[in-house]
Design a protein around this ligand. Structure first.
Ligand SMILES: [Zn+2]
Ligand SMILES: [Zn+2]
Length: 294
């Protein structure tokens, strides 16, 4: 397949391409890794446009996979796990959760899907690469860290704006229908909010572009993180507890618990923005009261 053909008036990739694994190995002066061979076999005959559109499939696939264990936990009602529930008086039925799931998948298909299709040229403009060599583990790690920091800061201010009177009443109130959030509600929001919050997520890759595998992984990780922070359970043994300044489920649950008037805990991932800008005072005061009662 000629990968330099024109789609939407933009030439498909301009980076170096190889006709075969041998050609790539000769060019690099080394053998390709197993992962690189697999990537070559998978991507060599696919236009970058299709690789870009994998994002919407991953979004739906991982949203379905990551939320399922939380549904099982909620329906089982096990005491061992129930003790970690943040708002134990609220129980969700299967139909409650499925209704939320359907609403989110519709918004992915009707809002995010068309945006994905139309936004293809942007990944070319910002310089996301699709060819060989693949990024190293360290490159992926550092780029993802930068993406999380950029997203966290810009999402903080966007979320604060969504709590202004007009934006809350017209857009953000839908996300706050869940005063006791569930994993499925991570992306339960007005379609406009889903698109608006896509901007902070896109900024990291736009500023520090990497390989499309890093790009896919970033959106999957960000989504996984949002599912965890909305899951309604604060598992003490969660590996995310080891991440410095990580907010987590308890932190964001408080934002939903306080509800529409919430001017507290706006950050999506870390806690330092709320600390610096003084929007975690209510949360910290409540924690100190609860600590004294123990
Ligand atoms: Zn909010
Ligand atoms: Zn939320």
């Amino acid at each position: 397949m000629d990968r330099n053909r024109i789609i939407f008036g933009h030439p498909l990739p301009t980076m170096l391409h190889y006709q075969s694994i041998q050609e790539a190995e000769t060019s690099f002066g080394r053998n390709l890794t197993v992962a690189e061979k697999l990537w070559f076999s998978y991507s060599a005959n696919q236009p970058d446009y299709l690789l870009h559109c994998h994002n919407i499939l991953f979004l739906i696939l991982f949203y379905t996979i990551f939320t399922l264990p939380f549904m099982v936990v909620e329906l089982c009602g096990s005491k061992n796990i129930g003790k970690y529930k943040l708002q134990p008086n609220i129980k969700r039925s299967f139909s409650d959760m499925f209704k939320c799931y359907k609403a989110v998948v519709y918004s992915f298909i009707l809002a995010v899907g068309p945006l994905q299709v139309l936004s293809y040229p942007t990944i070319k403009w910002i310089g996301i690469r699709t060819g060989l060599p693949l990024p190293s583990g360290w490159e992926i790690f550092w780029q993802m860290l930068v993406y999380f920091l950029i997203e966290d800061y810009t999402n903080y201010w966007t979320h604060r704006l969504l709590h202004s009177k007009w934006a809350y009443e017209n857009i953000h109130h839908i996300h706050h229908e869940y005063t006791a959030p569930i994993a499925f509600a991570a992306s339960y929001a007005h379609w406009a909010e889903i698109l608006i919050l896509g901007v902070p997520s896109f900024l990291g890759p736009a500023i520090v572009p990497g390989h499309i595998i890093t790009y896919w992984s970033w959106f999957v990780m960000r989504h996984l993180e949002a599912i965890e922070t909305h899951c309604g359970y604060d598992f003490k043994w969660s590996p995310t507890k080891l991440i410095p300044f990580y907010g987590g489920a308890e932190y964001h649950d408080y934002h939903h618990y306080v509800g529409g008037q919430s001017q507290c805990n706006f950050a999506s991932v870390f806690t330092y923005c709320d600390y610096i800008y003084g929007t975690d005072k209510g949360y910290r005061y409540r924690k100190s009261i609860l600590k004294k009662q123990l």
